[in-house]
Design a protein around this ligand. Structure first.
Ligand code: IMP
Ligand code: MG
Length: 172
């Protein structure tokens, strides 16, 4: 069995999400904000973030596959579920669990930019920089980590561990 090493507690995550929500609330005041959660990993983060942002917003989801059951992006990006609400002229904020190589998010940013949104920005719970391959602008990040495969608070390894309230380094 792999070992779970604590990285972020529930309280630490709560504080960083509260802080980012305040910044987003101020910066998007008067905008038509749409949060676009990337399934499945971002479901808990989006749920907490959306309740802490204190301006009106809409929510939609996309599902993008990049992995099989391994621990790195295959580079083979597929849009498994598209967004459903009208985004033309709207301010989109992609809500992602973790940006690793950057491949998944940069494809998705390009895809949304081609749909005539007013703006497209990226908010990630975790910015993991060690393996970045594709340059991508991350507008909001709650936590920056250097390395390691992380699970919990929505992040999985082969669909396990999403339900953990904190974040852990999965040591094989
Ligand atoms: P990227 O395309 O390499 O940036 O990979 C991004 C996607 O891979 C994220 O949306 C996650 O779903 C997954 N991922 C990357 N690193 C981790 C990790 O440490 N734990 C769990 N999932 C990860
Ligand atoms: Mg993801």
């Amino acid at each position: 069995m792999p070992e779970l090493i604590p990285v972020l507690t529930e309280a630490e995550i709560d504080k960083s999400v509260t802080d980012i929500a305040k910044i987003i609330s101020a910066e998007y005041k008067g905008c038509e904000l749409i949060l676009i959660g990337v399934l499945k990993g971002a479901f808990i983060f989006l749920s907490d973030l959306s309740r802490k942002i204190d301006i009106p917003l809409k929510i939609d989801f996309a599902r993008i596959s990049s992995y099989g059951a391994g621990t790195s992006t295959s580079g083979n990006i597929k849009l498994l579920k598209d967004i459903e609400i009208e985004i033309e002229g709207k301010d989109l904020l992609i809500v992602e669990d973790i940006v690793d190589t950057g491949t998944t998010i940069s494809h998705f940013v390009d895809y949304l930019k081609n749909k005539n949104a007013k703006s497209v920005k990226v908010c990630t719970l975790i910015d993991k920089r060690e393996r970045r391959e594709t340059e991508v602008t991350i507008d909001y990040a709650c936590h920056v980590v250097d390395e390691g495969f992380l699970v919990g608070y929505g992040l999985d390894y082969a669909e396990d561990y999403r339900e953990l309230p904190g974040i852990y380094h999965l040591k094989f």
